[in-house]
Ligand binder design. Structure first.
Ligand code: NDP
Ligand code: 8X3
Length: 252
């Protein structure tokens, strides 16, 4: 029987590339996002290309009621969830703390931290019922090293780091794996979202070095999810070769 993965934030970037990779490996996919048209079109594409089952659910992870309405009561045939990929997330703005916009702070914390918690809480009953499963959380090097102007985004990813550790401890008794993957700079829609559509600023983010691609990260997620039941990657930091940590780059 095909395995089942839930991927939040599958309309672009890592989530989309991960859905493509898992579908290609014959996993049935529950994909989520807010952009309805893109999400449903992508679901159709995956079904046609890979002949797997795909359930596309449109909701905002910040909205607790929406999260539980969609994920808390999955159709019977979708309840044998093997992997939850908590990927939906974003950065908004890159200013010093005294210049930051509190609305941006709310959105980052509500999405990256509270959204991840709501989704995890809604999905966990399917995993604990079977005493198996795997939660993979997308952290960031930004959660490991604070950089100038990173403030609230870095704090939200540090929270993902801490919560991943906490989940791993609490879920040991249910034989559920918890992995945190912390990528460095990767070229997705991330920078365009962060700079609110300013494509010149977004392009500057990746100038002078070769960043990770969404497919690079998707391959690592797939590897993490494919290890035997007794092996769990707890914490994985991955950067492009031009990046040493959350701060230091070698740019040509
Ligand atoms: P993208 O902007 O390409 O993708 C983000 C995805 O998250 C989209 O599918 C978006 O879908 C979804 N999303 C955002 N907000 C919400 C929301 N409120 N509710 C539901 N879905 C939401 O970025 P990446 O693929 O790069 O980012 C994925 C994750 O990886 C994020 O958590 C990010 O912080 C993290 N990350 C990114 C790095 C990078 O350099 N790119 C490096 C390290 C970590 P939609 O808009 O349709 O809702
Ligand atoms: C995304 C990587 O360095 O832009 O999490 O914060 S960074």
């Amino acid at each position: 029987m095909n395995k089942i993965i839930i991927i939040t934030g599958a309309t672009s970037g890592f989530g989309k590339a991960a859905a493509e990779k898992f579908a290609a490996e014959k996993w049935n996919c529950i994909i989520t996002g807010r952009r309805e048209e893109q999400l449903h079109a992508f679901a159709d594409e995956l079904r046609t290309k890979y002949h797997v089952r795909v359930l596309s659910l449109v909701f905002d992870v910040q909205q607790r009621d929406q999260v539980f309405a969609h994920l808390g009561n999955l159709p019977e045939e979708w309840r044998q969830v093997d992997v939850l990929l908590n990927n939906a997330g974003l950065a908004l703005g890159r200013e010093h703390i005294d210049q930051g916009d509190p609305d941006d702070w709310d959105t980052m914390i509500d999405t990256n931290v509270k959204g991840l918690l709501y989704v995890t809480r809604a999905v966990l009953p399917y995993l604990t019922a079977r005493r198996q499963g795997h939660i993979i959380n997308l952290g960031s090097v930004a959660g490991k090293d604070v950089y100038e102007n990173g403030n609230v985004y870095c704090a939200s990813k540090a929270a993902v780091d801490t919560l991943s550790h906490a989940m791993r401890i609490d879920l040991l008794q249910h034989s559920i794996k918890v992995s945190a993957i912390h990528p460095g700079a990767a070229k997705t829609e991330f920078a365009s979202v962060r700079f609110k559509g300013d494509e010149d600023k977004a392009a500057q983010t990746y100038k002078g070095f070769e960043p990770l691609s969404a497919e690079d990260v998707a391959g690592i997620i797939y590897y993490t999810a494919s290890l035997p039941a007794h092996i769990c990657i707890n914490d994985l930091v991955v950067t492009c070769t031009a990046q040493a940590d959350g701060i230091y780059f070698f740019k040509q």
